[in-house]
Design a protein around this ligand. Structure first.
Ligand SMILES: Cc1cc2nc3c(=O)[nH]c(=O)nc-3n(C[C@H](O)[C@H](O)[C@H](O)COP(=O)(O)O)c2cc1C
Length: 208
């Protein structure tokens, strides 16, 4: 089997991928990759044959705090769907940020057989807001240990956000997408107004 070769170094450069598309992967209950779509391969730069049968942490980025994945697995093991904002690392060490919608796969008797992750690109505003939290969690993890990072994570959500991590990231994503759409609408309105003014000037100046 073709084994993936994770990068030796991390490159501070975003990988180019088609951000209008959805990145999909499926795993068994242990997080072993069973399926990826072509967009997944395009984003992470690994070949499908390198990924199938490998642990999903093959694309784990060292900037991600451990608590982010601990909280994910706790939710999944309880049978709860979940959302997370994740920075992934590609085969050449580059990165890409996504919001992932995790769902539970069950067989006909209701037993959990695995999980599916569907990812969308996130607007820059989302990254700007989540990055400082992840940096703090990672620093605490390195200096004071995983437990301290976990306790800070829950206290931060309680004291500063007032909602679960899942609700927090979904709200953040939806707010930033709406803001981007509004800005685009305003830009095209301004462009239309400028064009209208130019045309008015053209028509009026002709008959003066
Ligand atoms: C369906 C599914 C998709 C996942 N997608 C990612 C992913 O895109 N990036 C990632 O780093 N971990 C992902 N994980 C979590 C990994 O299994 C793993 O917990 C994580 O990379 C942390 O690695 P570690 O548990 O070895 O510390 C996913 C897990 C599941 C079940």
């Amino acid at each position: 089997m073709t084994k993936p070769t994770p990068p030796k170094e991390t490159v501070n450069e975003e990988v180019q991928w088609d951000k209008t598309k959805i990145i999909v992967s499926k795993t068994d209950v242990f997080g072993t990759i069973l399926y990826t779509n072509d967009v997944f391969c395009e984003a992470c730069e690994y070949d499908k044959l390198e990924l199938i049968g490998e642990p999903h942490n093959v694309i784990r980025h060292p900037d991600m705090p451990k608590i982010a994945f601990k909280a994910l697995w706790e939710a999944l093991k309880k049978g709860n769907n979940y959302h997370a904002i994740i920075k992934n690392r590609t085969k050449t060490g580059k990165y890409y940020w996504v919001i992932t919608d995790f769902t539970i796969d069950k067989n006909s008797t209701g037993e959990i057989t695995g999980y599916t992750g569907r990812r969308k690109a996130v607007p820059d505003g989302v990254v700007k807001k989540i990055k400082p939290l992840y940096e703090t969690l990672l620093q605490i993890e390195k200096l004071k240990g995983e437990k301290a990072s976990e306790l800070y994570f829950h206290a931060y959500l309680n004291e500063e956000i007032g909602m679960s991590y899942d609700d927090f990231v979904v709200n953040l994503f939806e707010k930033e997408v709406a803001l981007n759409e509004q800005q685009q609408e305003n830009t095209s309105k301004n462009e239309n107004n400028t064009l209208k003014k130019k045309l008015e000037w053209f028509f009026f100046s002709k008959y003066e």
